[in-house]
Structure formats: C-alpha cells, structure tokens
Design a protein around this ligand. Structure first.
Ligand SMILES: Nc1nc2c(ncn2[C@@H]2O[C@H](COP(=O)(O)OP(=O)(O)OP(=O)(O)O)[C@@H](O)[C@H]2O)c(=O)[nH]1
Ligand SMILES: [Mg+2]
Length: 186
C-alpha cells in the first residue's frame, strides 16, 4: 500500500473540528454529546488505495507544544473556524499566518447551516475576507455534510501533489522554526 498522507485539523475552541472529521470518515454527524479533544487524536482511514492519517487537535495554548510537534510530520492542514464566531476566525487566521507556505492549507467556515437559518444577522466574517487569506476556502457544515468531502479532498490532493513533486515527506524541511509568539489561548 502507498505511503500515508497526513493532515492536521486546526482551529480554535469548538468550531467543529472533530465533527467534520467524523462527517468525512463516517458520512454522519456525531450524535453523542460533545467531547473536548485533548491534545491530538490520530485517526487512520483509507482514501482509495491510500492510507491517510488525520490528526484532530485541540489547538488551545495548553496543547500548543504538542500540536507544533505534530505539525512537523504533516502534509496538509485543514484550518477551521465557526461562522458564528469572529474570535474563532481570528484564531484560524493566526494559525494560517504561521503555517501557510510551509504546507498546503485549506480554510473551512464551518457551521454554515447556522448562517442560513439566521438570515437577519450580518456574517461575522465576510466571504471576501476569508477568501482574502489566499488559501482554498469552503463553507462547510458537519451537520448537513455540505462541502466536507470537497474540502478534505482538496487538502489531500494538494498534499499528494506536493509529495509527488518530491518535497520532503511532511512539509517542514529542516531547519524548521515556528514563531515563538504563542497563539492566544481561548
Ligand atoms: N450546527 C452545527 N453544529 C456543529 C457543526 N459542527 C459541529 N457542531 C457542534 O459544535 C460543537 C463543537 O463540535 P466539536 O466537533 O466537538 O468541535 P471541536 O472543534 O472538535 O471542539 P474542541 O475539540 O473542543 O476544540 C458540538 O456541539 C457540535 O455538535 C455544524 O456544522 N453545524
Ligand atoms: Mg474536538
């Protein structure tokens, strides 16, 4: 079997990272009550003939060292924010500022189902602003499944292309130093 591709799912608190992974892997929305991810959870699934490893993270301050270690080995990052939370967008933006250009990234505006049901409120983040971050951008819903497969596929396809170009296995060619500035905790 071909070698594994590895992708990390990043974002602030509770934008739906675990639910998106659950949707991608099982095709369903998790029915159990919310569990906070502690540190990093790894999950290996088959994508065609390829094994892919997905790292589900809790990207808060306490787990930052653990996430940074994990990122050294990743081929792509799926960065998630909650369309109803400006703060979660700012956290996603901070992660992108650190990792964009080092590894293929996609940005997911999750819980898009909530946006369509609250039509009177102005979006906390405009599509222009999200698109302006210059990474592939998807409005997703782990609840309905909207765009989830497309977003993960885009991340893995970019990771695959990078591997085929002969870039390092994992995107951080040494010496790799992430900024010492911590992502603000939530
Ligand atoms: N309406 C709606 N709710 C969602 C969606 N995705 C996740 N949720 C809910 O949002 C809450 C957080 O989801 P999680 O998947 O646990 O979020 P997380 O990002 O993994 O959270 P942490 O692991 O604590 O960082 C849960 O109550 C989910 O049911 C979505 O697309 N739409
Ligand atoms: Mg989680």
């Amino acid at each position: 079997m071909a070698s594994e591709l590895k992708a990390c799912v990043l974002g602030g608190a509770s934008p739906g990272k675990s639910a998106l992974i659950h949707r991608y892997v099982t095709g369903t929305f998790p029915t159990t009550s919310k569990n906070i991810t502690l540190g990093v959870d790894f999950l290996t699934v088959l994508r065609g003939s390829r094994r892919v490893e997905i790292a589900d993270t809790n990207s808060t301050q306490a787990f930052r060292p653990c996430i940074l270690t994990c990122l050294r080995d990743m081929d792509a990052a799926i960065v998630v924010y909650d369309v109803t939370s400006r703060d979660s967008f700012d956290k996603a933006k901070a992660w992108l500022a650190e990792i964009k250009g080092r590894i293929p990234c996609v940005l997911l505006a999750n819980k898009a189902d909530l946006q369509t049901t609250t039509t009177t409120t102005t979006p906390v983040v405009s599509a222009e602003e999200a698109n302006g971050l210059d990474v592939p951008f998807f409005e997703t819903s782990a609840l309905t499944g909207r765009n989830v497969h497309e977003a993960f596929h885009t991340a893995f396809a970019a990771a695959d292309r990078r591997r085929r170009r002969g870039d390092k296995n994992g995107f951080f060619s040494p010496p790799f130093r992430l900024s010492p500035t911590p992502i603000t905790s939530h």
